[in-house]
Design a protein around this ligand. Structure first.
Ligand code: AMP
Ligand code: ZN
Length: 486
């Protein structure tokens, strides 16, 4: 724990970089909007996952691991999901299950820690319904033609997060003008479901089944995990700000309408003046200078990069993708290029060589921490990593402490070199196959077919596996072990 570090974060709400002061330093609370699970996550989706993972790690360093609660939701009820499941002729559940499993695998491949909670919207329908009923009771929402709508003019200071005039917002978001809306800016909290669409018994006395709107999902899940579940543990000072938490994050595209509407719902429901103290938004990612889109044929998924040759004609390790992502300040647009990936790979390789065996989980470099504490300035942190790497020096006069500091600093950014080294040492022949061949060789020897036994040994050696005949220390019986040839 290092509470003497002052964190400064850019807050979209105030449009300034502010000193971060959690409501309760023993319970730092962060919510980040997660994926809608209808398709494989693209490399743009990887950006918030990586950026807020770095913030999560930094918060854990400053406030202690047990003090930080990070919630990233899964949107598993959405019209895009229904359409895609129908298109593929599979059930909604099958689509969301497999897409969610893929997402977890992809972000783990990018070396992101799992969040503290990863709630699924469909598991919190009751929480959403309770909020919707509260909003209707408080006069901020109304029922119309089987829908429940949030009445935007009922919240006098609506629009404070995006700070855009209402007219512009409505035009920009192409708000659906529906005859049942009292005001064109009103948005859906609940809508009716027809046969075949996912549905739950509707709130507010509405007959029939329905499903929640997108915005209410996040308001409800944030409150469940960052207020309800923690309330008893919070400091008295934090409890003076009921239903509020510290950081809310997501991509810049979410500021309006999604986050603006989350704020409106939560504030109106809980009669508070804030939902979260700090709102953070990552900039957008484009590919080789162009907007990523299916029609341009430059739409790349995380999985494409990790395990196919779709980008740059080869696969890319997750840590390379991660470093390339952190090479640009999180608030700036990022241009995703093969060149940046090659550069990231070369840097990682150079750092690994310099670190050698001096892998450490110890104390990260103070200047790296200071750069991150300054609104996650990862380019500055990376520049400092280069300096430290240089200072390690050559074989004859190696500064092993500097090597350890480099390793620990990389770990703070999510580069686990111990892990990477182990992964690199995965044998060139699958372990099960080696075991089979050792057995076959023993059988050949037992049958005194030494030519066959030698053939097996040599064929493994050719593939980089050396066999060593010895004795089992426990049983004293002959035993063959293996190692990767150097
Ligand atoms: P979605 O599944 O579209 O709701 O997106 C999940 C997260 O990825 C949100 O935080 C989005 O803001 C973010 N996101 C989507 N596309 C991009 C992109 N091209 N660049 C950066 N972030 C993105
Ligand atoms: Zn959200």
């Amino acid at each position: 724990m290092a509470r003497d570090i002052t964190l400064r974060l850019y807050n979209t709400l105030t449009r300034t970089k502010e000193v971060f002061q959690p409501l309760d330093p023993a319970n730092v609370r962060m919510y980040v909007c997660g994926p809608t699970v209808y398709d494989r996550a693209h490399i743009g989706n990887a950006r918030p996952a990586i950026v807020f993972d770095v913030l999560f790690r930094l918060l854990r360093l400053v406030y202690g691991e047990a003090a930080v609660t990070y919630v990233r939701n899964i949107t598993d009820v959405d019209d895009k999901i229904n359409a895609r499941a129908a298109e593929r002729g599979i059930s909604i559940r099958e689509l969301t299950e497999t897409t969610l499993a893929d997402y977890c695998e992809d972000v783990a491949g990018l070396q992101c820690l799992p969040p503290t909670h990863q709630p699924r919207a469909t598991e919190h329908i009751d929480d959403m319904k309770a909020m919707i009923e509260g909003l209707v009771e408080a006069g901020h929402a109304y029922v119309a033609e089987g829908h429940v709508l949030f009445n935007v003019p009922s919240l006098a200071d609506y629009g404070g997060l995006s700070g855009r005039p209402m007219k512009e917002m409505i035009a920009g978001a192409r708000v659906e003008v529906a005859p049942y809306k009292k005001d064109p800016a009103d948005f859906v909290l609940w809508k009716p479901s027809s046969e075949g669409e996912p549905g739950w018994p509707s709130p507010c006395g509405i007959e029939g089944m329905g499903r929640p709107g997108w915005h209410i999902e996040c308001s409800a899940m944030a409150d469940r995990f960052l207020w309800e579940a923690l309330e008893d543990r919070l400091s008295e000072a934090a409890r003076e700000h009921p239903h509020q938490f510290d950081i809310h994050g997501g991509g810049i595209d979410l500021v309006f309408p999604h986050h603006e509407n989350e704020v409106a719902q939560s504030r109106a429901c809980f009669h508070s003046d804030r939902m979260a103290s700090v709102w953070m938004h990552n900039g957008f990612l484009q590919v080789e200078g162009e907007k990523m889109s299916k029609s341009l044929g430059n739409f790349i998924t995380i999985r494409d990069l990790l395990s196919t040759d779709a980008f740059g004609g080869r696969t890319w390790p997750g840590e390379v993708l991660r470093l390339a992502m952190l090479g640009t300040d999180y608030r700036q647009p990022i241009d995703w290029t093969v060149r940046a990936l090659e550069e990231a790979e070369a840097n990682l390789l150079r750092w690994k060589r310099r670190i050698g065996d001096d892998v450490s989980e110890g104390t990260p470099d103070a200047q790296v921490v200071a750069a991150l504490a300054d609104d996650l300035n990862t380019p500055k942190a990376i520049a400092r990593l280069h300096e430290i790497a240089k200072s390690i020096g050559d074989d004859s006069r190696r500064d092993r402490d500097a090597a350890r500091t480099l390793s620990a600093s990389l770990l703070l950014l999510g580069f686990d070199l111990g892990f990477a080294a182990a992964a690199q040492e995965a044998p060139p022949v699958p372990e099960a196959e080696i075991a089979e061949m050792i057995e076959a060789r023993a059988a050949a020897r037992g049958a005194r077919d030494f030519a066959e036994a030698d053939r097996i040994r040599d064929s493994l050696a050719e593939r980089g596996i050396l066999l060593k005949d010895g004795k089992d220390p426990e049983t004293g019986q002959p035993k063959t072990t293996w190692e990767v040839a150097r």
